[in-house]
Design a binder for this molecule. Sequence first.
Ligand code: PLP
Length: 375
Amino acid sequence: MNISFNKPYLTGKETEYIRQAVESSKISGDGMFTKKCHQFLESRYHFKKVLLTTSCTDALEMAAILLDIKEGDEVIAPSYSFVSTVNAFVLRGAKIVFADSEDATPNMDTDQIESLITNRTKAIVPIHYAGIACEMDKIMDIAINHNLHVVEDAAQAIDSYYNNRPLGSIGHLSAFSFHETKNVISGEGGSLVINDDKYIKRAEIIREKGTNRSAFFRGEVDKYNWVDIGSSFLPSDIIAAFLYAQLENLDKIQLKRKAIWKSYYEQLKPLSDLGHFRLPFIPDYATNNAHIFYIVCNDAKDRKGLIEHLKGNGISAVFHYLSLHSSPYYKDKHDGRNLPNADHYSDCLIRLPMFFELSEVEVQYVVDKIKAYFI
Ligand SMILES: *Cc1c(COP(=O)(O)O)cnc(C)c1O
């Protein structure tokens, strides 16, 4: 049996909606399907304002511009994350002050944040790893007490909740990804969510190359002009057409992914109880959106052995992030603190195949091969 790590799921409507977009002769940004996606996300998750972007990376770059991040500013972010989470701020000249992961989850350890704040700190950027919420009340309280902004990297967190509040609706700004490896996809794609009214107008300008073109098309100004810095962050309506077909099927996608996740969890629980590895931990305040199914091996040697064993059986299971504080680009800029939990997840976490079309038989096969490795 050959089981890939990921397989993009097509709902069947994508090409039909793309055809409609093409035939409407309006295939640049902010066409009919972009508006449908905005409305869907705003009404389902009570986001104040959604703007589709060409990627989550772009949405994070917009966030860094919106917060006026400048040379010398500091941004607190987890080391166990994707480069885009921090690159967006580094591009504006910020220094990244890395937080360690919690012991129980790869998410940032909120107990550390306060000690990392200086008078140069401008923002905290938590990521909800595997779509499992960070401890947002605590992060928001710290941010409010110190007058900081919070940007949620919600790239993996569609349709997941923190104490009944949708992820992405809590920070001042947040960013989602619709990359083909995520739950809901458009090939490449993302969105910026703006939960603080005061950023809405400027976000539209930054997204439209620094012009007030959006206001012009709404008839609010009679010419459009260069009014700020910006770039071309908006996707073609062809991308939005694809995305809309996915969003319409969000509940179906989530139901299936959660069933796969649960099946892995239940079947692997006995092995985990024997101490062979750790299963994902979901705190009481968090829901699971079944974005990733991961296990944490006891050491790097076990992980390497297991990945090779699975590969030998046709199964593609993969490790994930390498701690950013010790990356070739940042290790000389990092302040030297050890971040042992981030390193542990870097060395020991494995993601198992997880996609819509993964069958129960395939899950069983993966579980059997993991059992065979340990027992
Ligand atoms: C996928 C991902 C990104 C980047 O998303 P793109 O849409 O590919 O730019 C950023 N942060 C995290 C945590 C991610 O998982």
